[in-house]
Design a protein around this ligand. Structure first.
Ligand code: SF4
Length: 442
């Protein structure tokens, strides 16, 4: 059968789509080519914001329009939350709606569909979903990707060797934190993970298959160990000892879980890149309280200062949210002055959107008007540009190790250094998927 995958959202979704894709291709199915009608379409969705929901609905309409006779399976976080509603509102065009756990039944469903025509008279999608909070199984996944010559990340289900530059390894799933604005714990379930030994086996296989960079992904990755009694630090120690030439990047880590011990280990490690992604969300302690985050801004500043002490040129990316309920102008000014002082490399700015089921929508707090949220977001975006520019300038003339990864196109190739500086050079085919030491120039 010809299968089309459309994946939206985070790296975790891409890793899971890839794992499913590999399993389907191994069973003899093929990938529908561009412009070709698919027999089965699989849409892996996201529900992190209103916009994400909208994109899922748009992607479904498009799949239905372009593949009128296909069986369409919608899965992922938006599907999980929709499956729990009395009516599958917004996903009526689907034939199957599968929650996040049922997602891994797709190879079995495809097998059953193989010798059958699509049931055109079915009025409602078939919904398969479990109560996600009760799920404690972990489904491993990894995907390969490389940046193309435009600097865009391209994920592949089955990558040829030259495209196996980077692999995203799922090390954890779910979250127990229930921040007041977030739907993810409702869509992904409780925090869980596999044993370290299993992840070491997968990572070693990926390196042996040609991956030069492994990025650890999950929902709350530093919470690793809840289901196995191990720790995130132990995982890093084990993954730092693989055989072969590779580097490791840590995905987003909650600041309260990013201990000084972990930072010390990264600083002294052989393979872990000096690259941190830390969600701040607000620089106002009052707003952090409303959000029910697990730290104060003082703890956050301490972590950043310690990273800078041990790894002065590390890339530090910080998630910042604006416009949550109750965020006053005074809170925002306080937030802004805090972030201005932070020695970080980039801000990833998100605007809060009201999400059903979250505790924040029940809070009796003033809603920030959209124009005001946009103004705050624009201010932080401008600040981010200044910080990134300063970070690049500070690296000028320094020695760095780049992993070249794009293929030719416009006679250029691109890659990232260990501290996440994007660099380009004239295309040299023999350098793709190899490390090179360079002197960084702007
Ligand atoms: S830590 Fe908070 S923001 Fe992150 S997934 Fe968990 S509940 Fe959501």
């Amino acid at each position: 059968m010809k299968i089309r995958f459309v994946t939206l959202g985070c790296k975790l979704n891409f890793a899971e789509s890839s794992a499913l894709g590999r399993s389907l291709l191994a069973s003899g199915h093929t990938r529908a080519k561009d412009g070709e009608q698919a027999d089965i379409c699989i849409l892996n969705t996201c529900t992190v914001t209103d916009t994400a929901d909208h994109k899922c609905r748009q992607a479904l309409s498009r799949l239905r329009r372009e593949n009128p006779d296909a069986t369409i399976i919608v899965t992922g976080c938006y599907a999980q939350l929709t499956a729990e509603l009395p009516k599958p509102k917004g996903l009526e065009d689907a034939d199957y709606i599968l929650g996040n756990d049922a997602k891994f039944e797709i190879p079995e469903i495809v097998k059953r569909l193989e010798n059958r025509q699509k049931a055109t008279d079915a009025k409602e999608p078939i919904v398969l979903s479990t109560t996600i909070r009760e799920v404690d199984t972990f489904h491993g996944a990894l995907s390969f990707s490389h940046v193309d010559s435009e600097g865009e990340e391209q994920h592949t289900t089955i990558a040829d060797r030259s495209q196996r530059t980077r692999c995203f390894l799922k090390v954890q799933d779910g979250c127990n934190y229930f921040c007041t604005y977030c739907t993810i714990p409702y869509a992904r379930g409780k925090s869980r993970n596999p044993h370290i030994a299993e992840l070491v086996r997968e990572a070693q296989q990926a390196v042996s298959d040609g991956a030069k960079e492994i990025v650890l992904t999950g929902v709350n990755i530093a919470d690793f160990g809840r289901s196995t009694g191990e720790t995130f630090l132990q995982l890093l120690q084990a993954l730092d000892n693989l055989e072969g030439e590779y580097r490791l990047r840590i995905g987003s880590c909650e600041p309260n879980l990013l201990s000084l011990e972990i930072i010390d280990f990264v600083a002294d490690s052989r393979h872990i890149a000096p690259h941190f992604h830390i969600p701040l969300q607000s620089g106002s302690n009052e707003v952090l309280q409303i959000m029910k985050r697990h730290y104060t801004r003082e703890l956050f500043a301490e972590r950043v200062a310690y990273i800078r002490k041990r790894l002065p040129y590390a890339f530090i990316g910080v998630d910042c949210m604006v416009g949550v309920r109750g965020e006053t102008e005074t809170n925002f000014i306080d937030y802004l002055s805090f972030v201005e002082q932070l020695d970080v490399s980039q801000l990833h700015v998100f605007t809060y959107s009201e999400r059903a089921r979250t505790r924040m929508v029940e809070m009796d707090l003033p809603v920030v008007p959209p124009t005001e949220s946009k103004r705050r977001s624009d201010i932080l975006h401008r600040l981010s540009e200044q910080k990134t520019k300063a970070f690049y300038a500070a690296n000028y003339g320094r020695q760095a190790c780049v992993l070249w990864e794009s293929r030719n196109d416009k006679g250029q190739m691109a890659g990232f250094t260990e501290n996440y500086l994007r660099v380009t050079a004239q295309y040299a085919p023999n350098k793709v998927n190899t490390f090179e030491t360079i002197i960084y120039h702007l």
